[in-house]
Design a protein around this ligand. Structure first.
Ligand SMILES: Cc1ncc(COP(=O)(O)O)c(C=O)c1O
Length: 404
């Protein structure tokens, strides 16, 4: 294919997907999903649920369509959804936000992230500190915005950053510190001391803190505590979340960002040229979801925790060394022994044979790491636990055949 100029190549390079001949390489997610489809494997690669969330939420969307809520909603999001987001922040975290000035509805957390980066990055000297491994969109969006990605490694056993490495990563060029808590792909929940250090460093270097909290309701022991709940951090923090993971509506792409009005305004100034507005009938439905009782949210977390435990048992039987997650959709497991036994070099090679060999697809952790740092994560594999119990049972049965 002839070379097509444009920013796409920046994003592809940022995401480690630019081939030496200048063409884009498919993501491993697409590759593994295609492999799963062609082999009939159970796809534990991509993180989307295979069953519906609360019926009242689905019903509210159907009702909204029937009532004619089908035209452009306001650019900031419907007043009712913004009010529901503000109530949610107050109810769960004690954070008071003004729904008219400090909340913006976006096309999922992904648009909130990309619009935030495009809005707040000034030029190529700006740096964005992220925790590595990271959700794959981060590197691509940072590159699109024209900044430099500065990764801080998260290592086994608990995937918390080393304080010295964190301090070394943040400096006068740091424009943003981007933190995903609970964390995809590792399942880590960041320790209070880590969050304290992030706030201290952001203050010292006048950086904006951007938090990606899409798994906020999937914490397995204790409760989620957003950085924005701290009085000393609120004024420099943009909090991003999404309805997708909480209500099993990943295909609706309703997300939001909240924070100080001047920062939210800057994000809106970019967002309006990206999507202008987002799915009208889904907004009243997500407002219904956010106002559901505490017990509904507790049950969601307990249900997901049970699925992780089931999956963990299956992975251990198959010969993986499981690192139990503390939140989110994913379980990470070390396949070092299994790789040796099956005579494959690393988790990437293992994931490529797993669909054919065991009828299950998964993603190597190297997909979430800059190319120079891949060796450190070479034996780790990410499995999605956000599937029906019978699907996890069947995946476990299939994986058990690896035990020999
Ligand atoms: C950490 C993280 N952030 C953001 C997203 C994307 O959220 P959305 O679908 O709302 O854009 C995902 C989805 O997998 C994720 O894992």
């Amino acid at each position: 294919m002839r070379h097509i100029p444009g920013a796409w190549s920046r994003a592809a390079r940022g995401a480690g997907l630019l081939a030496p001949d200048g063409t884009a390489v498919a993501t491993i997610f697409a590759e593994m999903s295609a492999l799963a489809a062609s082999t009939g494997a159970i796809n534990l690669g991509q993180g989307f649920p295979d069953e519906d969330g609360p019926q009242v939420v689905l019903e509210a969307a159907r009702d909204a369509i029937a009532r004619g809520v089908n035209q452009y909603p306001p650019g900031r999001g419907t007043p009712d959804l913004r009010a529901a987001i503000a109530e949610h922040q107050q109810r769960f975290y004690g954070i008071r936000v003004d729904p008219d000035r400090e909340v913006l509805v976006t096309a999922g957390a992904t648009e909130a992230l990309s619009a935030t980066l495009l809005a707040l990055i000034d030029g190529p000297d700006d740096e964005v500190v992220v925790f590595e491994p990271y959700y794959d969109a981060y590197a691509a969006c940072v590159a699109l915005a024209g900044a430099r990605l500065v990764p801080v490694p998260l290592r086994r056993p608990d995937f918390q950053p080393d304080p010295d490495e964190l301090r070394r990563a943040v400096g006068p060029r740091t424009r943003l510190i981007l933190i995903n808590d609970p964390h995809n792909p590792t399942g880590a929940v960041f320790a209070t001391e880590v969050l304290d250090e992030v706030v201290r460093l952001a203050e010292r270097h006048d950086a904006v803190i951007v938090t990606d909290e899409v798994y906020e309701h999937l914490v397995f022991d204790g409760v989620h505590v957003p950085i924005a709940a701290r009085e000393d951090a609120w004024h420099r923090t943009l909090t991003i979340s999404s309805a997708g993971k909480t209500f099993a509506t990943t295909g609706w792409k309703v997300g939001w960002v909240s924070g100080p009005a001047e920062l939210v305004d800057a994000v809106l100034a970019v967002k309006q040229w990206l999507t202008y507005v987002n799915g009208a009938p889904f907004q009243p439905a997500i407002a219904v979801g956010l106002r559901l009782g505490d017990d509904v949210f507790r049950k969601m977390a307990a249900g997901m925790r049970g699925k992780h435990m089931l999956l963990g048992d299956g992975l251990r039987t198959a010969g993986f060394d499981v690192i139990p997650p503390r939140g989110g959709y994913f379980t990470v497991a070390d396949a070092a022994e299994l790789c040796a036994r099956l005579d494959v070099v690393d988790a990437d090679a293992l994931c490529r044979i797993l669909p054919e060999r065991a009828g299950v697809a998964a993603i190597p952790l190297t997909a979430f790491v800059t190319p120079e740092h891949r060796a450190e994560y070479a034996t780790l594999v990410r499995f999605a636990a956000c599937k029906r119990v019978d699907v996890i049972d069947e995946a476990s049965r299939r994986l058990a055949t690896l035990a020999g």
